[in-house]
Design a protein around this ligand. Structure first.
Ligand code: ATP
Ligand code: MG
Length: 422
């Protein structure tokens, strides 16, 4: 029955998958905290206007990918397709202009109506960082270094490349825009239909076109670097120098652009060859004019978003489930003592599995399946002596332990402390 399938482009995070996801999010949260980023969360849906204003009426996301609906009160609502818009909205509506500089980390599900394929979903998850209120290149260096650090912590950095570009300040960008419009207008007839529309509304986006005819024209198009003013050139040099000092390897890709006018200076993207066509794993840039365009006090901003699914797929060394301690009551009279012991051990921080049924053989088999590190055999005779049998399931070694000493005897089987839920 079709309705019992997950909706196309959505997926369940079953335990193994969810563990990988959590690992990505927790590593990111952890490293971001070391860089002084505080965690926040904004709602999963916003007024549609929030995304229209930030992403622009002409972006792919707004024109083709948003999940938009009217709620029962008649409000136009959109499920968030990305995090920056909601964070910028929260910054303005929450009156956070007094708290600058603001450094935030966030993670959660995003929604885009896209053609589902490997690494491209309709509900996916992002990790996200933003710095508001820092116009200096130090913020660019910090967020990019943080991105590299997280990828390093996950063990995936060596399989990614960092591409970097600058869009320059408003003045440089306006000059470049003019040069681009002049160039593409001369070749208007050879442009794809999409790009002809972009020429009017958003000429920089033509550089992003995947159309083969466009690509040929783009090859000979004027370069942004030729239109940067001195301040923009110096800004970009400072960013690169900072990254060099930190050993963050990068290449400059002049074709890496963002179409919208409030993007300024740095744009960057970590990509990988390991995921086929969906190679972008973490991307971002500076958006110094965004808060103003949304109606707030002019405030500089820079940030990035990383795709959790894509990062989780890249993990070569995914975390494993904690190894429990299996309690195995032997005989009816041991059932309740086992229940009580499980309760005590869990209270003391141990990860404990209490098989629900079966004889000793069946319970040990299940303990094995769960990857238990050891089994505590609770027999009636031993109980009478105030003892249990502790069996190391890796070596098979087994010994009797007094109940009073059990916590000490189990200490080496303690699973690593569980992390807080994402
Ligand atoms: P792409 O070029 O793959 O469409 P994008 O430019 O739309 O990516 P961003 O908006 O920069 O992506 O989002 C940041 C990150 O979120 C991407 O680098 C990617 O890892 C992830 N991402 C974006 N869209 C999806 C999706 N539909 N499914 C899974 N992950 C996604
Ligand atoms: Mg996309």
């Amino acid at each position: 029955m079709a309705t019992l399938q997950p909706v196309r482009g959505t997926h369940d995070l079953l335990p193994d998958e969810q563990r990988r996801h959590r690992h990505v999010v927790e590593a990111a949260r952890d490293v971001a905290a070391r860089y002084g980023f505080a965690e926040i969360a904004t709602p999963i849906f916003e007024f549609t206007e929030v995304f229209k204003r930030t992403l622009g009426d002409t972006s792919d996301i707004v024109t083709k990918e948003m999940y938009t609906f009217r709620d029962r009160g008649g409000e136009e609502i959109t499920l968030r397709p990305e995090y920056t818009a909601g964070i910028a909205r929260a910054f303005i509506s929450g009156g956070l202009a007094q708290e600058l500089p603001l450094k935030v980390f966030a993670s959660g599900p995003m929604f885009r109506y896209e053609r589902p394929q490997k690494g491209r979903l309709r509900q996916f998850h992002q990790i996200d960082v933003e710095i508001l209120g820092v116009p200096e290149p130090q913020a660019d260096i910090e967020v990019i270094a943080l991105g590299a650090h997280i990828l390093g912590e996950l063990g995936v950095l060596p399989r990614t490349t960092l591409e970097l570009n600058t869009l320059g300040d408003g003045e440089s960008r306006a000059a470049y825009r003019e040069a681009l419009v002049a160039y593409f207008s001369d070749h208007r007839a050879r442009l794809s239909e999409d790009s002809r529309a972009r020429l009017e509304r958003n000429p920089l986006r033509i550089l992003d076109s995947k159309d083969p005819g466009d690509r040929a024209l783009i090859g000979a198009a004027p370069r942004l670097s030729e239109h940067l003013n001195a301040a923009s050139t110096a800004f970009f040099a400072a960013v690169r120098e900072g990254l060099d000092i930190l050993g963050v390897r990068h290449t400059v890709n002049e074709r890496l652009v963002r179409g919208l006018d409030y993007y300024t200076h740095t744009a960057f993207e970590f990509t990988t060859e390991a995921l086929g066509a969906q190679g972008a794993v973490l991307a971002g840039g500076r958006y110094d004019k965004l808060i103003e365009a949304m109606g707030g006090t002019p405030t500089a901003g820079i940030g990035w978003a990383g795709g959790v699914e894509r990062l989780a797929m890249l993990l070569t060394d995914p975390p494993v489930a904690p190894r429990p301690i299996a309690l195995v009551p032997v005989g009816e009279a041991a059932q309740l003592p086992a229940l009580r012991l499980a309760h005590e051990l869990r209270g003391a921080g141990f990860c404990v599995e209490l098989g629900y049924r079966g004889n000793i053989g069946r319970r040990l088999k299940r303990a094995d399946k769960l990857g238990a590190a050891c089994a505590v055999l609770i027999g009636e005779d031993e109980l009478a002596r105030g003892a249990i049998t502790l069996r190391d399931l890796d070596t098979g070694a087994q010994r009797e332990v007094a109940l009073a000493d059990i916590a000490a005897a189990l200490a080496r089987f303690r699973a690593p402390a569980a992390a807080p839920a994402p």
